[in-house]
Design a protein around this ligand. Structure first.
Ligand SMILES: *[C@@H]1O[C@H](CO)[C@@H](O)[C@H](O)[C@H]1NC(C)=O
Ligand SMILES: *[C@@H]1O[C@H](CO)[C@@H](O)[C@H](O)[C@H]1NC(C)=O
Ligand SMILES: *[C@@H]1O[C@H](CO)[C@@H](O)[C@H](O)[C@H]1NC(C)=O
Ligand SMILES: *[C@@H]1O[C@H](CO)[C@@H](O)[C@H](O)[C@H]1NC(C)=O
Ligand SMILES: [Fe+2]
Length: 472
């Protein structure tokens, strides 16, 4: 080929690449039918109350310590307090253990809760299937879970990701798709916005109860790691409810004390090969605040030799290119992002925006109010940001996007779904997003994650670097 032809070809390649970068990654052309998402009525099958006097309902479990040898078992009884005891035993053994929990109730405007039980069972063996029972006599109910393997750098583990779930027919589809996904999630990382009870007058807390019964088919059998979203605030001072997060914190206990935290809204756990930090977008995070100080002390404790994968959960996304909640995560990003880069967070999962988006590895930490350096740039020390607020709640889909797609946005689509983060070893994790409109095994976006500490190789899907973007 002649020299001039070669240059024309080169130019074509560069131009094509620039278009790719200028328009960011992929905005999926998949068009989902936009139909109203309505809450399933109270008499739906998923909300059925278990039969019998004072039968435990809304059973849910979560990790109960730092390393995965404890589990918090929670449930609700409605007729009387009943028993706080959990009886539990490892598979194939005769000897049963028991532990005593506590019981509480709360009032919310004109609503009075059932008896909410929380019991932490401890000193569990790693990697072991346990059965457990709650309730008394004829209304005893039995469930089971599997403890995680002992913490270690190459322990494979599979996390499910869901957010903004609610209790519509779409929510039920999302949960069913998660349960039926052939790459079986072992623990759910839930990025906030649970029941959407606050959609109703006086935040009808019966919708917290119905959500608990709906999700029990998963939450009783595998831990869900909870993150506080704005729909957990239940802040209604005009009706006398001025304690933020009241129903949420009464119903969902987390092991924050074990993580050295002073509040259940921010904490951390280690599980298998992952260190998971949970933050609250709706609690103070400015300098000197409890959350800021806790996080400042937490990051240096992360030991990548022990737990190579550093995952952060927070509700309101920092890199979001939809016209919904646009820039809402910005003040928190400004305060905390430099630590995420310094400590090489692998991935940040958020919700809030009712759609799906995955970013490239970018940071925006150079700006200092006098230097004008306020543009996101590709950064191999930065996390990938994933918005997974597509659980399918009553507020419907976020389908209005900013254009052009920003260069940091690798993949976005307005569909309901869930994701799977499948850790293989210290260097590799395979990530998939699944939309509800597809079959259970179909992946609509997939990505190999290379660990930022052990394997910090560029794994991005758009290949042109930032300097090309500036030139074009
Ligand atoms: C929810 O999903 C489950 C599992 O697919 C199904 O059995 C149930 O009928 C669904 N309920 C509603 C109200 O859609
Ligand atoms: C990190 O964990 C490894 C493996 O458990 C251990 O040998 C090492 O001492 C830990 N490092 C620190 C600073 O605690
Ligand atoms: C999308 O969002 C933009 C910015 O908020 C707004 O101006 C526009 O009207 C919206 N488009 C639709 C179709 O809602
Ligand atoms: C880690 O997992 C990846 C993906 O399965 C594999 O290609 C790689 O060989 C594994 N590394 C080691 C050290 O086993
Ligand atoms: Fe939200």
């Amino acid at each position: 080929m002649g020299v001039s032809n070669f240059f024309i070809l080169l130019c074509l390649i560069l131009c094509a690449s620039s278009v790719l970068v200028c328009n960011g990654g992929i905005t999926s052309s998949f068009v989902r039918k936009i139909e109203p998402s309505v809450d399933m009525p109270f008499d739906s099958d998923v909300f059925r109350v278990p039969p019998g006097y004072n039968a435990p309902q809304q059973v849910h479990i979560t990790q109960g310590d730092q390393v995965g040898r404890a589990m918090i078992i929670s449930w609700v009884t409605v007729d009387e307090p009943g028993s706080n005891t959990v009886v539990y035993w490892p598979e194939n053994t005769k000897h049963k253990h028991s532990a005593e929990g506590t019981v509480l109730t709360y009032k919310y405007t004109n609503y009075i809760s059932g008896y909410i039980h929380h019991c932490t069972i401890k000193k569990l063996k790693f990697d072991t299937k346990y059965s457990y029972e709650v309730g008394l006599g004829l209304t005893t109910r039995q469930f089971w879970f599997t403890t995680p393997p002992q913490i270690g750098p190459d322990v494979p583990y599979t996390f499910g990701l869901m957010g903004d779930l609610g209790q519509t027919y779409d929510s039920n589809r999302t949960l069913t798709h998660y349960e039926s996904n052939p790459s079986k999630g072992q623990t759910v990382l839930f990025v906030g916005d649970i029941s959407y009870a606050d959609h109703y007058p006086l935040h009808d807390n019966r919708r917290w109860d119905s959500w608990g019964r709906f999700a029990e088919r998963s939450t009783a059998y595998q831990p869900w790691i909870w993150t506080a979203g704005n729909h957990e605030l239940d802040f209604l001072p005009e009706s006398g409810e001025s304690t933020p997060f009241k129903p949420y914190t009464r119903r969902y206990h987390v092991p924050y004390k074990a993580a050295g935290s002073t509040a259940p809204l921010w904490y951390s756990i280690k599980r298998a090969s992952a260190h998971i930090i949970v933050l609250s977008s709706y609690s103070a995070y400015g300098m000197y605040t409890p959350q800021y100080s806790w996080l400042e002390a937490e990051f240096p404790k992360v030991n990548r030799t022990e737990t190579p994968w550093l995952i952060v959960l927070l509700h309101s996304p920092w890199y979001n290119s939809y016209n919904y909640h646009f820039m809402e995560g910005e003040s928190m990003r400004v305060m905390l992002e430099h630590w995420f880069v310094k400590y090489k967070v692998d991935v940040v999962f958020s919700g809030h925006v009712h759609a799906y988006e995955r970013s490239e590895r970018v940071s925006n930490v150079a700006y200092n109010i006098v230097n004008r350096a306020c543009t996101p740039v590709k950064d191999q020390s930065a996390p990938v940001y994933i918005t997974i607020g597509d659980g399918g709640n009553i507020e419907g889909l976020a389908n209005n996007m900013t254009w052009p797609q920003p260069s940091y946005s690798a993949h976005r689509e307005a569909s309901f779904g869930h994701a799977i983060f499948d850790i293989k070893n210290r260097t590799h994790a395979y990530y998939n997003w699944h939309r509800n409109d597809d079959g259970y095994a179909v992946s609509a976006d997939s990505h190999w994650f290379f660990n930022r500490y052990w394997n910090p190789v560029d794994e991005s899907t758009t290949t042109v670097d930032q300097s090309t973007t500036t030139v074009s």
